[in-house]
Design a protein around this ligand. Sequence first.
Ligand code: FAD
Length: 413
Amino acid sequence: MNKLHIVLKDGSKVPTNTLIWTAGVKGTSDAADFGLEAARGQRLYANEYMQAKGYEDKDIYIVGDLVHYEENGDGRPTPQIVQAAEQTAHTAAANIVAKVKNTEKHEFKSNYQGFMVSIGSKWGVANLMDKVHMAGFMAIVMKHIVNLKYFFDMRSGYYMFQYMMHEFFHIKNDRNVTRGHSSRYGNVLWSVPLRVFYGSMWLIESSKKVVGNGHYLNPTSWFGDGSWFTDKVVFPFPWLQEQVTTGASAAGAHAAEATTAATGAAGGATDAAAATATQATHFGFSYAFGENPMPVFEKMPHWFSKIMEVMMPNQDVALFMQKFMTFVEIGIALALIFGLFTWLASAATIGLTIVFCLSGMFYWVNIWFIFVAFALMNGSGRALGLDRWVIPWIQRTVGKWWYGTPRSIYGKK
Ligand SMILES: Cc1cc2nc3c(=O)[nH]c(=O)nc-3n(C[C@H](O)[C@H](O)[C@H](O)COP(=O)(O)OP(=O)(O)OC[C@H]3O[C@@H](n4cnc5c(N)ncnc54)[C@H](O)[C@@H]3O)c2cc1C
């Protein structure tokens, strides 16, 4: 039998050696020092305008958990919940403005849209406007929606982001709404080989666009035939290819001999194209020898073609874009290899892959790009990569620049 026990109000005893009491909310001891009239739990009496009782002429207002205001005169003060805190604050703010402008005062009128209690991190109950009752999973989902709305009302995308990162992706011991599926931790070191491989793949593919049919070890042979740096548009978009045809015809009018030669070459190309077109394409996720891989889209969807026509209206823009895109791809490749901004670089490759697919320039066999990119968004740049130092530095610097340096200004007692 334990020698120590706690005694409840009804006299019953609960034996224990350790007592940790976490229930109940008490006003801060600083509030007690104000000398204002206080109720239970050091809550301060306020009138319907949230003015401190007895000091109505001194412009002292009380808000939040600290308020003791009996709205219905039934001895029950405003509940110590977020909605009451916000609404009492609104009343006080409106009355400060009214005082300054010498207009009519605003009376506190509660409007509680519901009550929510979270029990642990995975379970809760919610009662919305006395109509909808929820328990368990849905109540917790509702809690997250309400919390995110709170940060949204504060116009803080930063806090919304931090909240989501913490609650859904970083929280430990499976303590979240997805039962830990979204916050499972692993050693990102294992994804480093994949990161370097994927970056190298982008580097090789983008380098081909520079080197063309030239030789990698001979820079003077670069930028020639087969490269994206010639004055030949590589995008197979009809409106750009039509311009090529029209341009060729005009040139043909001025140089008959050249046209004859070109026609011969074009005839050969057409035959080859026809032969390819008749060859059936095969759906699959890996290249099988001898098969013709199937493109994700045979031709651009109409809506995408309209967008691209605006973005790349003519050959000049297309020629600039194909060079620019090559540099972007090289940049992404190097970022992946060196683990710099890995999340962004991986996300960018997903975007590029989707654009290539929609442009009719991408095959099903390479669709793994997207899934690899998702896998690398696991912070793989933090192991053997520059993100290990760069990202914390950016977070610190931007955080200080945007929010300043947090510092306690109380609690000296
Ligand atoms: C565990 C827990 C769970 C809760 N769950 C819910 C819920 O699910 N739904 C709900 O609606 N409500 C909930 N509440 C209640 C809700 O958090 C409060 O009602 C609300 O935060 C009150 O807001 P407030 O601004 O009055 O006070 P607080 O949010 O407590 O803010 C007071 C601030 O003043 C600061 N401060 C104190 N003394 C000083 C000083 N001397 N100088 C400078 N600053 C000082 C404190 O650090 C604090 O930041 C919960 C509360 C707790 C403790």
